[in-house]
Design a protein around this ligand. Sequence first.
Ligand SMILES: [Zn+2]
Length: 223
Amino acid sequence: MYLRRIPKLIQSYYSGYLWRVKTKEKIAYLTFDDGPTPEITDWVLNLLKQYEAKATFFLVGENVKQYPDIVHRVIDCGHFLGSHTQTHLNGWKTETKVYLKDFLQSCQTINEYSGFQTAHFRPPYGKITRAQARSILPTHEIVMMDVISGDFDLNMKGKDCFKYVKKHVRKGSIILFHDSIKAWPRLEIALPKTLEYLSEQGYRFETLPVNREVKQKLELPIA
Ligand SMILES: [Zn+2]
């Protein structure tokens, strides 16, 4: 079982990470993990365009290598790219050195294939050790989320994913979706409803803010 809305206590324990953006304005931050994925990512791009919505895509490096054209379209639409590691590693099960190498590789892959310099990192499964985070934080914001749509959950229905988002969203929320094959049956239902509902409520959708200067040359202090 996972928590839909991350309790304040957990958020403050991991306070070095970005859970939600502090703002008094009606802004929502849509994020999409695990892509790029043929057809699905393009479907997301078209839908976002209809709402003049910007978002942040946390890409898996290996997928970037396979589908660079999709990555270019994501950038052309004005969205941001973040790293989601090269091979979708679980930080809790991976040695720090290996994890950091994989992370660095993903940033380099994204940069090589798209020219984009990532400023954001989202650990797969939300699992990262303090040692791993310590090395990444100087160059990248570690982005978690405060609203989990649950689109990856095979036991959920798309309309229920939307209901969760609707119930928990607030100003500055970072909302987690996946542009993946696994999430598609739910994403297809939940994302259009989310965009429609939040637009009606007066929300706009932006790329994640860049809160730190990204070092042009990525050099990680590997302990
Ligand atoms: Zn993931």
